[in-house]
Design a protein around this ligand. Structure first.
Ligand SMILES: Cc1cc2nc3c(=O)[nH]c(=O)nc-3n(C[C@H](O)[C@H](O)[C@H](O)COP(=O)(O)OP(=O)(O)OC[C@H]3O[C@@H](n4cnc5c(N)ncnc54)[C@H](O)[C@@H]3O)c2cc1C
Length: 287
């Protein structure tokens, strides 16, 4: 079999927020065939399913997921080909950045230190420090809802700020062809190390989180607005607005998914009351 399946699997250990109940099934495809056959199986049995990467931008409810959570975490690998890179959907973004560096391909430095996969990054057009997946994306092979494999160019993937066509049409990334520019590996390495040092000094990496809890509002910063509203350190149960970076909601050790969700809502409400700006969560909550 090209996938492994665990019944009644706890979801908290696999996600970066470390919250959530159990999944009826946790499925780990080993390759593309495994992913397609797992999806076909659950479609045929009318079982609910979701495809995830490393769950670094989503949380499951405390009641868990009454269906199959299919994680691409074992579908890893990046190949360099004539100055371009082809990554499988489960490739960790930091591994992609390292391969780009080894091959003297610049443009992927921003990926270093983002704990998700290429699939998750393409889904929401992940970005940081001026870089964005849409800037290096050439084309991707996707699985549509009829389980046909289709190819989309960067333009056809319709990337926007933290969004893409994948969200609208439930497209699943299988692999992506990516392209950067020629750069000295020593310079790439230096920039990657610099970005990671910035993350360590500014972000609460010592606690579980999903990164930025809210999308950046137009002409503003979520963290600055939250801080301005006096919410730094504000907590509900074990979920807290980080004291180090107000844009992060962290798990202080024993948070539940309900506490994280309640805090997301409350912070958004208070910021709206005080500033008139509505913060939109970046973290996806799976019901
Ligand atoms: C400490 C920390 C720092 C972070 N910093 C950043 C940052 O700087 N910039 C940034 O953008 N994000 C950041 N994030 C958030 C997160 O790491 C990224 O959004 C990442 O791209 C999510 O990847 P994932 O594999 O974990 O996706 P998941 O959380 O598993 O899934 C996210 C969404 O993508 C979908 N998805 C996953 N795989 C596929 C696929 N193959 N095809 C289609 N859809 C798929 C899922 O269904 C889900 O809707 C950070 C998170 C943490 C914890």
């Amino acid at each position: 079999m090209d996938y492994s399946l665990i019944e009644n699997a706890p979801l908290a250990p696999i996600g970066s927020m470390k919250v959530g109940g159990n999944a009826k099934y946790l499925v780990l495809p080993k390759n593309e065939n495994g992913l397609v056959s797992a999806i076909r199986r659950f479609k045929e049995s009318n079982e609910r399913f979701i495809v995830v990467g490393k769950c670094s931008n989503l949380i499951f409810q405390d009641s868990g997921f009454d269906g199959a959570v299919i994680s691409t975490a074992e579908m890893k690998g990046t190949k360099a080909r004539e100055g371009r890179l082809v990554s499988l959907c489960g490739e960790p973004l930091s591994a992609l950045a390292r391969t780009a560096c080894e091959n003297g391909i610049g443009g992927f430095e921003f990926c270093y230190g983002i704990p998700g996969t290429v699939g998750g990054a393409v889904y929401m057009n992940a970005g940081a420090y001026g870089g964005e997946i849409s800037k290096v994306f050439v084309s991707g092979r996707f699985l549509n809802e009829n389980l046909d494999v289709i190819t989309l160019s960067c333009e056809e993937a319709e990337f926007g700020y933290r969004k893409s066509r994948l969200m609208r049409e439930n497209l699943l990334l299988l692999s992506a062809e990516l392209c950067g520019y020629e750069r000295d590996p020593a310079d790439i390495r230096a920039e990657m190390e610099d970005l990671v040092a910035k993350r360590k000094s500014k972000q609460p990496l010592e606690y579980p989180s999903c990164g930025s809890a809210f999308k950046r509002p137009k002409d503003n910063f979520a963290g600055a607005l939250i801080e301005q509203c006096g919410l730094k350190g504000y907590s509900i149960g074990g979920a807290q607005v980080s004291e180090k970076h107000a844009g992060f909601i962290i798990n202080k050790g024993n948070a539940t998914a309900s506490e994280v969700i309640a805090l997301l809502k409350e912070v958004s409400e208070i910021v709206f009351e005080k500033t008139g700006i509505r913060l939109e969560p970046e973290i996806r909550v799976i019901d």
